[in-house]
Design a protein around this ligand. Structure first.
Ligand SMILES: [Fe+2]
Length: 361
């Protein structure tokens, strides 16, 4: 492990895993899984001049092997002829595939905003019984590569490189000097931060609302074009087939497209028409529920809840409450086919609220 900057993370993108490895120095990273070797693809060239790698593998390969070995060769002097690399160093991680079909334990965290220690403590609620993490945006801002590394370290610490993770971008993750490199460094479907996913008996979509105010607001200084982005995302939703294969389907979104503000008419009440169309598509494809953060409160929106800005025929778990630097609540979700046990839990792993959400609507 002495070449790794932090524990790896295994992200779910589509029906594959994307394993993020951060190293202390620039060099070549490969993975051994079973008898095969996997690497970051650059049209035949191995990446050696950076200190992170995102390596894609088919889920069934890692699910079968239940472990992966990370290999690293430091880049000493990459040149046109006779490149010099260090010796191979290796370390192996266990992996726990999501094989359950009932009582699946998902821990959801969002809005960490750099408060890594208390958030890590909250995320340990299920201990070794956790089956999946949902890391749902606003973990930090991204001014420097170090900011990215801090978030990668946080995700590696909670998941131990052992449990799959669904990762969504939050609006604060679009802020900062290196925000434009998000999809190079963090999990994404190519350049896209919205995508479908399938893992074990679960499937769904990761959505990305982008920023929470209009693009031309002074605060952003002209660096965003999210109004077009949300319209492209609508076209993505329109092209999706309905979820009809018997898996439990849900959506992950940092901001809730049915309730992107608690106060109608305020500066956050934007793009009404597009979000309404998003919700029409979410109903059509048949998501059973949605998990969100952003509001810094923890509560349940029943379907078509009066507090929502627009109709939605799926329940929403708004699952991260912030209490300054003193506490953060995440959400422990135990998922079965017909219902969710939803527990809002604090940094001491105490249950603060408990709800049962019916999925048979
Ligand atoms: Fe947010």
């Amino acid at each position: 492990m002495n070449f790794l900057a932090c524990t790896p993370s295994v992200f779910v993108i589509g029906s594959r895993y994307e394993i993020l490895i951060n190293t202390l120095e620039n060099g070549i990273v490969t993975l051994n899984i079973g008898n095969d070797t996997y690497y970051e693809e650059n049209s035949g060239v191995l990446s050696s001049e950076k200190s992170y790698a995102k390596i894609r593998v088919d889920q069934e390969i890692l699910d079968r092997a239940r472990s992966y070995t990370v290999n690293f060769r430091k880049s000493i002097n990459r040149k046109a002829y006779y490149s010099e690399l260090g010796d191979t160093q290796s370390t192996t991680f266990e992996f726990k595939p999501l094989t359950k079909t009932e009582n699946i334990n998902i821990y959801h965290i969002a809005d960490v905003h750099y408060r890594f220690a208390i958030a890590e403590s909250a995320c340990s609620f299920f201990g070794d019984d956790v089956d999946l993490f949902v890391v749902n945006g606003d973990i930090g801002e991204v001014e420097t590569e170090r900011n990215y590394l801090e978030v990668a370290r946080f995700v590696g610490n909670i998941s131990k490189g052992r449990v799959p993770v669904i990762f969504a971008r939050g609006n604060h993750d679009t802020r900062g000097h290196l925000a434009e490199r998000f999809t190079d460094i963090f999990p994404a479907d190519g350049k896209s931060t919205y995508f479908g996913f399938s893992v074990g008996s679960l499937e769904g979509i990761v959505l990305d609302c982008g920023e929470d105010k209009i693009d031309n607001i002074k605060e952003y200084g002209g660096v965003n074009i999210f109004e077009n982005f949300r319209r492209r995302e609508l076209e993505f939703l329109k092209a999706l087939p309905a979820f009809e294969n018997g898996k439990i389907s849900f959506a992950v979104s940092h901001m809730c497209p049915a309730q992107n503000t608690l106060t109608p008419g305020d500066v956050f009440d934007i793009d009404r028409e597009v979000y309404e169309k998003w919700n029409t598509e979410l109903s059509r494809i048949g998501i059973k529920f949605m998990v969100c953060g952003h509001i810094h409160k923890a509560y349940i929106l029943e379907k078509n809840d009066k507090r929502s800005l627009r109709p939605h025929d799926y329940p929403v778990i708004v699952g991260s409450a912030c209490f300054g630097d003193s506490d953060i609540w995440g959400t422990a979700i135990t998922l079965s086919k017909d219902s969710l046990l939803v527990r809002f839990t604090d940094k001491e792993k105490s249950v603060r609220e408990e709800h049962t959400v019916d999925l048979t609507h």
